[in-house]
Structures are given as structure tokens and as C-alpha cells.
Design a protein around this ligand. Structure first.
Ligand code: FAD
Length: 493
């Protein structure tokens, strides 16, 4: 049977896949495309995670799309509101009809002779194998494994008689009302869960091995909400977006240039929130510098309020083992628990976990260099949408999608069927794609493409610079090689 053929296949119907489809429809309306989504629903992260209080930890004026204003009063939004925003976008622009659910991409093989990807898909509950073909493949498949989160091997865990749950596998039957809860972890998920669970639990302990930088900000942006009453929605949104981008960039630069000063400021704010007697240095003063790992945001100081009210506590210690009734710590202290939540992180996944091959040769992404943080050296007609680590995800993904559309237009204009970034300069040194010291990054970063020491291989994690290079930069830059092989041109005609 002839396999169905597309100009572009987008993998993933999450925040970035829906955004990619919008850009494609708007900039390249003649392209035939589909979105392949492994799950039965759209929304990705914002549909998968159902733990209490799930929310963004960046503002929606930058996590929202450039083309669709965020109109709600809360800037730090609940997961359900973000999911509605993504799905409303898909409905409003007719993208919903292009999504093929229960289509898990498992393999993709590029043929230079045909200028085509042959995409291997498992469809439906029976995982029937089907192949689809496309000229360009755009991966919007996120960055972590959906099947399961990361849980370290805890000694004695099988003896624990209470409920053990990972936030990625939260189900509505997890009952914690009136119970003693221990949340293991110190990242964004833990600091979200603790104040929310403390509203109904008997008591919540946040158990961390080491502290994280935590910054409290109001969940509403007063400037944004005022601008919205004075100006048309799109203009108000654009102004707030740039305000927040510039503030975020300035703060990141300050962290890089004066880490000691930022440490002092953050520490002083936490001390003020928790009172002079609180041991901030043990629980909220990390060993690493600000932004060497992701900074955690708490809206309206909710975590600190729960601690002050005695409904929650932070314990900084190491787990020796689980017992029947809870957790024994290295210090000898025992934490009794009815429910233990392992907010111990994600397992990173390289480009949708798909097995790639180019002209019969398997692709090892660890041996490729990432071009502008969105293509891979030596891999033709493939792009991926991966967001910033120091700013909202969508800022970068919107720009990557614009770049993909420019690339497709450029190829059409010149009759090209192929484009591939080629690494020709031997003096480019390799660096890890992400320079975070966090465990979840360190556990997996070796399997990811590398970045190079100079542009266009260098990931600057800088929105303003990316606006210049991705939105306005030359496509014919001597690194991207374009071609129109004769066989492919005949096949296409
Ligand atoms: C709890 C949580 C909170 C977060 N908060 C923020 C925040 O405040 N700010 C921020 O910038 N970032 C945040 N992030 C990062 C967040 O994941 C991104 O902001 C964004 O939602 C990612 O969107 P995405 O569409 O790229 O990926 P995802 O949301 O992961 O969606 C990817 C989609 O691709 C599908 N898929 C994957 N592989 C395949 C395949 N092989 N075949 C077919 N389909 C496939 C998946 O099923 C999924 O639907 C958060 C992450 C988590 C886990």
C-alpha cells in the first residue's frame, strides 16, 4: 500500500507542536502537514501532570504564544488554564483537525535520493505499524519520557506501608486529606506540591538533600493587568512580553556577573519571609551559584506562608532507608508518613525516543552538533523545538517555528528539496548542550547533541539575540547546505 505523503510532519501536540502548526499555516499555507501525537489527547505536559496545584513557574506572557495574547489576570497560571489555552488555540486556528492521536513515531529514515523521510508510526491501542512520508520533519516532542518519571533506588522502599506516588503518575484517588505527607525533592514540583497539599494534609514535610534558590513573586502582574485595561489586547500583551523578557534577561545576567550579590539578595528575601529565627542557610542557601540550576519561583510566597503557619516544614538531610511507617534519615531522625511523594524529577528523552537513520546509517545524536539550538549537523530536513532553560520555553519555540517556515519558503523559492547544517570548521569545540548541574540534566546530557563553541553552533540562551539570528539572520550562511538532487526533483514533480 502507498504510504500517505506530507510536506511537513510535526511530532507532538503539546504547547510547541500546536504553536508550530499555527506558524506553518500562517507562513506556509500551501504546505500539507499533520501532527502525530502518541497520546489520546493534546496539551502534552499540561495534560499529563495532574498533581495538586500544578502550575507554570514562569509567567504566561512569555510562556504564551507570541501570536495569541494571554488574557487572564493570573500571570503564574494553573495547569488547567494552560491546557485550556493550548486547546483553545488549536480549535481557534483549525489545528485540531490536523492532529492524529495515538500515532507514536518510533522510527524515521531519511533518503537523500528521494528527499523524503519515511516515518514509522505505531497507531491505535493495538500499536499497528504504519509508515508515513514527508519532506520535512519537525520534532515538538518535548524533552522527557512520558512513560515514567525518575525515582532513585531507595533502600527498604518495599517495606513502606503507606502510599508512594510520583507526581508524573498522580491519579485522583491519591488521598492525603488529614494525612502526614513527605514530599521528597526541592525543585519546582516539590515547591508547588508542598503549600497546596498543606491546605488539606495533617502536615507536610519537604525532604531535600540540598537546597534550591527560591524566589517569591506575585502571581498577578499589576503592570500587565493595567495595560490590558488601557490598550488593545495584542499591544498590551506584546509590551508585557518584552517587559518580562528584558527583566528576565537582566536578572540572568546579574546572576552570572554578580552571583554573590544575588545570593545575598535572595537569602535576605527568604529570611524576611520566614522570620529572623529561621535557619535559612541550611534550607534555602544552595552551594551552587544562582542559575547554575533552574531557579524556583513561588507565587505570593505560598511555600513560606505554609512553613510559617506550621503546616509545612523543610528538612535537609539524606534518606538512609524507608521503613514500614516512613523514612529514616542519615541524622537518625525518623519521618512518619502516610503518603510519600517522590518529586525526584524527570527522565530526559532525546528527540522523542525515535530511532533515526540517514541513508541507511543510524544517527547517534550525541555525535552531532546542534545548529542554532534547533537542527542537527549532518541530519537533513529535520528541526526540533526545545525551549530555553533560563526563560520561558515558548519564546524559543516560537522563533524556531518561524525559522523553519523561513527555511521552507527559501527552499521553495530556489527549488531546493534538501537542507542540512554541515560542520566544516574543525576549530569548533564541543560543549554540552545544557550547562546545568542539576541531576536530571547530568544523568542524560551525554546522549544529547552537543553545542559548539561559536555561532551558529553555540546556544546563547538569549531571546533578543535569537530574534536577530532566527527571525532576521541569513539562511544562506555557509553552514546550511541546500540542494535539489535530480532524482528528488523528478519525484516531486
Ligand atoms: C510540571 C512542569 C511544569 C513546567 N513549567 C514550565 C514553566 O513554567 N515555564 C516553562 O518555560 N517551562 C515549563 N515546563 C517545561 C514544559 O514542558 C514546557 O514549557 C512545554 O510545556 C513543553 O511543551 P512541548 O510541546 O515542547 O513538550 P511537551 O509538553 O512535553 O509535549 C510533547 C508532546 O509530544 C508527544 N510525543 C513525544 N514523543 C512522541 C513520539 N515519539 N511520537 C508522537 N508523539 C510524541 C507527547 O506525547 C506530548 O504530547 C514545565 C514542565 C513540567 C513537567
Amino acid at each position: 500500500m502507498q504510504s500517505e505523503s506530507f510536506d511537513v510532519l510535526i511530532v507532538g501536540a503539546g504547547l510547541s507542536g500546536i504553536g508550530a502548526a499555527y506558524h506553518l499555516q500562517a507562513q506556509c499555507p500551501d504546505k500539507r502537514y499533520a501532527i502525530l501525537e502518541a497520546r489520546e489527547a493534546s496539551g502534552g505536559t499540561w495534560d499529563l501532570f495532574r498533581y495538586p496545584g500544578v502550575r507554570s513557574d514562569s509567567d504566561m506572557y512569555t510562556l504564551g504564544y507570541s501570536f495569541r495574547p494571554w488574557r487572564q489576570a493570573k500571570a503564574i497560571a494553573d495547569g488547567a488554564a494552560i491546557l485550556d489555552y493550548i486547546r483553545d488555540t488549536a480549535r481557534e486556528y483549525g489545528i485540531e483537525h490536523q492532529i492524529r492521536y495515538q500515532h507514536r513515531v518510533v522510527g524515521a529514515a531519511w533518503s537523500s535520493a528521494e528527499s523524503q523521510w519515511t516515518v514509522e508510526v505505531e497507531c491505535g491501542p493495538q500499536r499497528e505499524r504504519r509508515t508515513l512520508r514527508c519532506n520535512f520533519l519537525y520534532l515538538c516532542s518535548g524533552y522527557y519520557r512520558y512513560a515514567a518519571g525518575y525515582t532513585p533506588d531507595f533502600a527498604g522502599v518495599e517495606q513502606f506501608r503507606g502510599r508512594l506516588v510520583h507526581p508524573q503518575q498522580w491519579t485522583p484517588d491519591v488521598d492525603y486529606a488529614g494525612k502526614r505527607v513527605v514530599v521528597i525533592g526541592s525543585g519546582a514540583t516539590a515547591v508547588t506540591l508542598v503549600p497546596e497539599m498543606a491546605k488539606r494534609a495533617a502536615h507536610v514535610t519537604m525532604l531535600q538533600r540540598s537546597p534550591t534558590y527560591i524566589l517569591s513573586l506575585p502571581d498577578q502582574d499589576a503592570v500587565a493587568n493595567t495595560l490590558r485595561t488601557l490598550l488593545p489586547a495584542r499591544l498590551a500583551y506584546a509590551l508585557t512580553r518584552w517587559k518580562n523578557v528584558l527583566f528576565g534577561m537582566a536578572f540572568f545576567q546579574l546572576c552570572r556577573r554578580a552571583p554573590g550579590l544575588v545570593r545575598k539578595l535572595l537569602r535576605a528575601r527568604v529570611q524576611r519571609a520566614l522570620g529572623p529565627g529561621y535557619d535559612v542557610d541550611t534550607h534555602f542557601n544552595p552551594h551552587y551559584k544562582p542559575w547554575d540550576q533552574r531557579l524556583c519561583l513561588v507565587p505570593n510566597g505560598d511555600l513560606f506562608a505554609a512553613i510559617r503557619a506550621g503546616r509545612a516544614e523543610v528538612v535537609t538531610d539524606h534518606i538512609e532507608r524507608f521503613t514500614e511507617h516512613g523514612i529514616r534519615l542519615r541524622s537518625g531522625r525518623e519521618l512518619d508518613a502516610d503518603v510519600v511523594v517522590t518529586a525526584t524529577g524527570l527522565q530526559l528523552e532525546v528527540l522523542g525516543g525515535i530511532a533515526f537513520a540517514v541513508d541507511g546509517q543510524p544517527v547517534d545524536f550525541a555525535k552531532t552538533l546542534s545548529y542554532k539550538g534547533m537542527m542537527c549537523s549532518g541530519v537533513p530536513n529535520l528541526a526540533f523545538a526545545i525551549g530555553y532553560t533560563n526563560a520561558s520555553w515558548t519564546l524559543k519555540c516560537d522563533l524556531s517555528s518561524e525559522f523553519v517556515c523561513r527555511l521552507l519558503e527559501h527552499m521553495d523559492r530556489h527549488g531546493y528539496r534538501q537542507c542540512v547544517p554541515l560542520r566544516r570548521d574543525p576549530s569548533i569545540a564541543e560543549e554540552p548542550l545544557i550547562d546545568f548541574s542539576s541531576g536530571y540534566v547530568q544523568r542524560a546530557i551525554e546522549r544529547f547533541p552537543k553545542q559548539g563553541s561559536r555561532a551558529p553552533w553555540k546556544l546563547h540562551q538569549n531571546y533578543a539575540l535569537d530574534v536577530l539570528t532566527l527571525r532576521h539572520g541569513r539562511l544562506d550562511d555557509g553552514v546550511l547546505q541546500f540542494s535539489a538532487p535530480a532524482a528528488a526533483a523528478t519525484a516531486a514533480s
